[in-house]
Design a protein around this ligand. Structure first.
Ligand code: ADP
Length: 237
């Protein structure tokens, strides 16, 4: 199912990208301007559709209990620096300062690196989408039980009445300001599922008009949660 949906869409994205960005694939003949904007729009929309399909497929897997985590012992340092780089890209030319609010050398957790990356990017892209000016911070700190990670923004914020439902599927806050900002309302529900599958939790603190802080906490790796020698041998085989 996922293959049938993604393959044709990747083809549309691939060819429209080539037409807009790689005239060398067409005997160096650039796309005439008259076509350029429409093809660029095909590309933008198909990328959006791919994001949506990926989200829906993830959700279907979660609901069917078929989403598997591939956890290993990691520290999130690398992922957080990588996310900062992505954040810089999202904020180029915009009056928003990106702040690092963690010190390297974070306590290790048992986690699926790809899925934690997905959550971080989702939160950062929301922060960037709902902030016009000010700052966005990416931070992490551990206590004796868990590693708490946050993405903080000085954006439009979320009224307290809306806060519980934004983690629900297809839920978006209806107001003038967020209407133009797109999205599907699936990102946060998938993020919360993914974090809960790690034995963690996710929540938000926000003030309308002032900004939001999205947090997630992952349990720290303990001796008991580490892979046992026989599992390591099986993994290596
Ligand atoms: P999407 O962003 O695709 O609509 P999400 O599930 O990621 O879906 O978010 C759900 C809703 O929560 C958004 O539509 C928006 O109304 C609100 N939201 C999420 N992140 C933020 C944020 N950083 N600032 C303000 N509102 C937010």
């Amino acid at each position: 199912m996922s293959h049938e949906l993604r393959t044709p869409l990747n083809l549309i994205i691939g060819f429209s990208t080539a037409m807009v960005e790689h005239p060398e694939m067409y005997d160096n003949q650039p796309l005439p301007q008259l076509y350029h904007d429409d093809v660029a729009e095909i590309r933008r929309s198909s990328k959006h559709l791919l994001g949506l399909i990926n989200d829906i497929l993830d959700l279907a897997k979660v609901e069917a209990g078929r989403l598997e985590l591939h956890t290993r012992l990691i520290t999130l340092d690398g992922l957080l620096y990588e996310a900062l780089k992505t954040g810089e890209g999202l904020l180029i030319g915009r009056p928003i300062k990106l702040r690092r609010e963690f010190e390297p050398g974070l306590a290790p957790v048992m986690a699926d690196e790809g899925r934690v990356r997905q959550v971080l990017l989702n939160l950062l892209s929301n922060a960037s989408k709902f902030t016009d000016a000010g700052e966005i911070g990416l931070g992490a700190r551990s206590n004796d039980r868990e590693l708490v990670v946050w993405v903080r923004d000085s954006g439009i914020g979320i009224a307290s009445a809306d806060q519980p439902r934004i983690f629900g599927e297809f839920e978006q806050v209806e107001h003038e300001e967020s209407k133009q900002r797109g999205g599907t309302g699936l990102g946060l529900s998938i993020c919360r599922w993914l974090i809960q599958m790690h034995g963690g939790r996710m929540w938000v603190e926000s003030t309308a008009g002032k900004g939001s802080v999205f947090y997630f906490a992952l349990p720290l790796a303990t001796m008991a949660s580490l892979p046992q020698p026989e599992e390591l041998i099986a993994q290596a085989a």
